[in-house]
Design a protein around this ligand. Structure first.
Ligand code: NI
Length: 390
């Protein structure tokens, strides 16, 4: 076993204790007050230079090596989700309706373990490690706010690293692609305006529900008919609302959803077809339609050199790990905002439980991880950080 993995394994009970404590006391984005307090306390105890209250609840800590060198940013997210936990675990959430259902509790435990591993090796470090504990990753714009608050400057960051523990894969698996990893996300709202009337006299009304139904069906042909089968995009309608009574044709209907894609030309093709399908279907059905389309997150795209250094670090830290260079997912991550400005590598570390019947996906009320992931994630991240300083 490598020296760094051995050290991370020795810190397992520290990581598990922290992770369970964060899990018991989850906090929603920008409200991570207790959480940030523990993070800051642990980092201060290690002798790091800690700043709190960045973008509301963010924590940044600098670990200076014994000699000057590059600045590498390590990012960990802190927020929980508005989900009622159903795991029945001994360490289940004590905050009703709030749950660490994405594993960010584990990320903080890993981040603090990495800080311990690297603080102990300070004498051999050339450069600066900037630990960033970010609030509000779950669609609330935490990373963007941290960038605006200047987290990439003072000192100027040369390289970014981040990870997610990943329940879709078992412990021992690590995903490190040298290119796109997660999709960019857009959010849309479509409002279809018709003319209300009596449910029994549709000829005197203009039915926005019938028009919205046509649109939603036609939208599903964009990915299947307008894109090359070798390119990836997703268009999902996830919310729909119209009407108040069984016998009244409403005035308007509204639906909302998301578009995911990796490449700008794919995104523009989807958006172009999206606009055409909505407006031309509306015209055909005698309605009018308005579209609000908002880009939420760019895609997460790994820099090939950064991916190579993380791969090398992972192989050296734990040769038994199965490294997957081809994994991609259509989910999104706001780390993309930092990586857009300073290139780096985002990697995934398998955390699925060995028994498939107790392994649930991220954002599920029964989501839980195999804590055996913690030392692996910490050892790979620490080794990658040291490699990035070379
Ligand atoms: Ni997450």
């Amino acid at each position: 076993m490598s020296e760094i993995l051995e050290h991370a394994q020795a810190l397992f009970s520290y990581a598990s204790m922290l992770r369970r404590d964060f899990h018991r006391h989850p906090e929603i984005g920008f409200q991570e007050v207790r959480t940030a307090g523990i993070v800051a306390r642990e980092l201060t105890q290690l002798g790091l230079e800690v700043t709190t209250g960045i973008a509301e609840t963010g924590v940044v800590a600098l670990l200076e090596g014994s000699q000057p060198g590059p600045v590498v940013l390590l990012r960990f997210d802190m927020d929980a989700l508005p989900i009622q936990e159903e795991t029945g675990a001994e360490y289940a959430s004590q905050n009703p309706g709030v749950m660490h259902a994405c594993g960010h509790d584990g990320h903080m435990a890993v981040g603090l373990t990495v800080a311990k591993l690297l603080a102990a090796r300070r004498d051999s470090l050339r450069g600066t490690l900037k630990f960033v504990f970010q609030p509000a990753e779950e669609g609330l714009g935490g990373a963007e706010r941290m960038v605006e608050a200047g987290v990439l400057e003072n000192p100027q960051v040369d390289r970014t690293l981040a990870l997610h523990i990943w329940n879709e894969k078992p412990v021992g698996w690590v995903g490190i692609p040298a290119g796109p990893l997660m999709a960019g996300a857009d959010m849309f709202t479509v409002r279809v305006e018709g003319k209300g009337g009596h449910g029994a006299m549709p000829h005197q009304a203009v039915d926005p529900i019938a028009a919205a139904a046509q649109m939603i069906t036609a939208l599903q042909t964009i990915v299947s008919r307008s894109l090359s089968p070798l390119e990836s995009a997703v268009l999902s309608v996830c919310q729909i609302s119209a009407g108040e009574a069984f016998n009244v044709i409403p005035q308007a209907a509204e639906f909302r959803g998301t578009i995911r894609s990796f490449e700008p030309h794919v995104r523009s093709r989807v958006v172009e077809r999206f606009n055409a399908v909505i407006h031309e279907t509306a015209a055909a059905m005698g309605c009018t339609a308005s579209i609000q389309l908002r880009a939420i997150t760019p895609p997460v795209i790994n820099d090939p050199d950064a991916a190579a250094l993380v791969t090398k670090a992972a192989q050296e830290a734990a040769p038994e790990l199965a490294i997957d260079p081809n994994y991609r997912s259509m989910v999104s991550e706001d780390m993309a905002f930092m990586m857009e400005k300073v290139s780096g590598c985002y990697f995934l570390v398998g955390s699925g439980r060995p028994e498939p019947e107790t392994s649930y996906p991220h954002h599920h009320p029964k989501f839980d991880i195999d804590e055996a992931v913690l030392p692996y994630a910490a050892a790979v991240m620490a080794a990658a950080a040291m490699e990035a300083l070379k």
